[in-house]
Design a protein around this ligand. Structure first.
Ligand SMILES: *Cc1c(COP(=O)(O)O)cnc(C)c1O
Length: 454
């Protein structure tokens, strides 16, 4: 289509010059407010998953907009090896103060992968500072995701994301144990306690096989996100495993370990997505007293530097996002709305006469993070025509005006089976919006099922 004077599209029919990460052409967003996004083609869609569980207070919050404008007028950039800055210091204070005593120091980076990469290096530095250089091994879990760099992919075990670079991963220093996934891997004759004990024993055996004095740490997501579809661990798991984990309000408490980690506080924690709420590219590493003391008494500084570490506009923005969450009591709101969403999903997918009921394997999550897992092993006659169910539902939902995230490969450790969909609405989502999200979601699932049921 030729550009006209009224054409507001940026490409005017030209192909995109971005190297995109999808094989299909993406619609272009033009304006967004709250959970509503206006596209160039004139459609308005609802974002039910905050992008990738990122936009935790939606778009266009006036207080965050103002904070960004104010900071641009004050200081836009100083280099973190020469000068610190006010918003970075204030954000670190805020993160420490809201951690229930779990953390004493924060280090800033630009996103989740950088945060996890820094966690790996910080843990190495911790043992170097303690005078234990023989410690070189990390233990992660299968069906996990910790980032897209080579080290974080080595630590992760997400077969599809690792596929391209398998030859380049570090298999000497990164090792893996089983996921904590009761609904798939707890044996029929096992109680939950026995399952947790089996996982604990496996970790202990791994420590012993590697040599306990060579292990740096065990790394786990408190609640696994997109990889398996919002998967909390069975009760007592983190008490048994004691670990390094994730958060920032998504599970209805500021840190996921408060609600889903047996209250076990991690030694080191990486946070990103919800920290900047999508308004800024920012991640952080949080250090417990134990780790902070060792670094303070050892090197005395962080042996890790990035150009944009503690960038003033990013930190001012994240601070504004965190203040909005607190001042508007959004954790309570998302606990309430999340529970309501769960009840609507239960009714729509598993209630009497629900078309999806035979295929709905699990509805799980908490706060503003929900995973819906489907299973079609009992229905081999369904023909998905080569496109995984989750992607088909995602596409149908977009046609109906709803953004969701459909994934595959979470049901076995090879990553070759499984269909799950993620919902992660903004923490300030309203009741009637939850109803719309659930309604369109259930309809999308049903529409796709009607297409594939012979
Ligand atoms: C999103 C995510 C990452 C990667 O963060 P990016 O900001 O995409 O680099 C790593 N680990 C977990 C658990 C995540 O959810």
């Amino acid at each position: 289509m030729a550009p006209t004077t009224t054409d507001t599209s940026v490409l005017g029919g030209k192909p995109s010059a971005i190297l995109h990460r999808t094989p299909w052409r993406l619609p272009i967003a033009k304006h967004a407010e709250g959970i509503y996004i206006d596209l160039e083609d004139g459609r308005r869609v609802i974002d039910a998953v905050g992008g990738a569980a990122v936009a935790c207070i939606g778009n266009g919050h006036p207080k965050v907009q103002q904070a960004i404008k104010d900071q641009v007028d004050k200081v836009s950039y100083v280099y973190n090896m020469q000068l610190s800055n006010q918003p970075a210091e204030a954000l670190a204070q805020n993160l420490i103060a809201s951690s229930q005593g779990a953390f004493e120091l924060a280090g800033f980076v630009s996103g989740g992968t950088e945060a996890m990469e820094s966690v790996i290096k910080l843990a190495i530095q911790y043992y170097a500072d303690l005078g234990q250089p023989k410690r070189v091994n990390f233990i992660g879990r299968r069906l996990s995701f910790h980032g897209n760099s080579l080290a974080t992919l080595s630590l992760s075990y997400h077969p599809a994301r690792r596929a391209l670079v398998t030859e380049h991963l570090d298999t000497t220093h990164f090792h893996h144990v089983s996921p904590a996934y009761a609904k798939r891997f707890q044996k029929p004759d096992e109680t939950e306690e026995q399952y947790v004990e089996r996982l604990r024993q496996e970790l202990e055996d791994k420590f012993i096989a590697l040599g306990p004095d060579t292990v740096i740490g065990f790394v786990a997501e408190t609640v696994v996100g997109a990889t398996t579809g919002v998967l909390p661990a069975p009760k007592g798991y983190f008490k048994a495993m004691k670990s390094i984990m994730s958060g920032m309000g998504r599970m209805g408490t500021l840190h996921a370990w408060e609600s889903f980690g047996d209250g076990v506080k991690p030694d080191i924690q990486a946070v990103a997505k919800g920290l900047g709420g999508g308004y800024a590219s920012i991640g952080a590493v949080l250090l417990s007293k134990k780790v902070a003391d060792a670094i303070r008494d050892g090197s005395g500084f962080w042996k890790h530097g990035h150009t944009y570490q503690g960038q003033p506009i990013a930190t001012a923005t994240a601070l504004a996002v965190q203040k909005v969450i607190e001042e508007e009591n959004l954790l309570e709101n998302i606990r309430t709305q999340g529970a309501y969403l769960e009840s609507l999903l239960e009714k729509g997918l598993r209630g009497p006469n629900a078309i999806a009921a035979p295929y709905t394997f699990d509805i799980r999550g908490g706060g503003g993070f929900w995973g819906i897992e489907f299973d079609f092993t009992q229905a081999p006659s369904l023909d998905f025509k080569g496109t995984p169910f989750g992607l088909r539902v995602q596409a149908r939902a977009l046609e109906l005006g709803l953004i969701i995230m459909g994934m595959t490969g979470g049901a076995n450790v090879e990553g070759s089976q499984g269909d799950h969909i993620l919902l992660a609405p903004a923490y300030n989502v309203r009741k009637e919006e939850v109803e719309k999200i659930a309604g369109i979601f259930v309809q999308s699932v049903e529409d796709v099922l009607r297409e594939v049921i012979p």
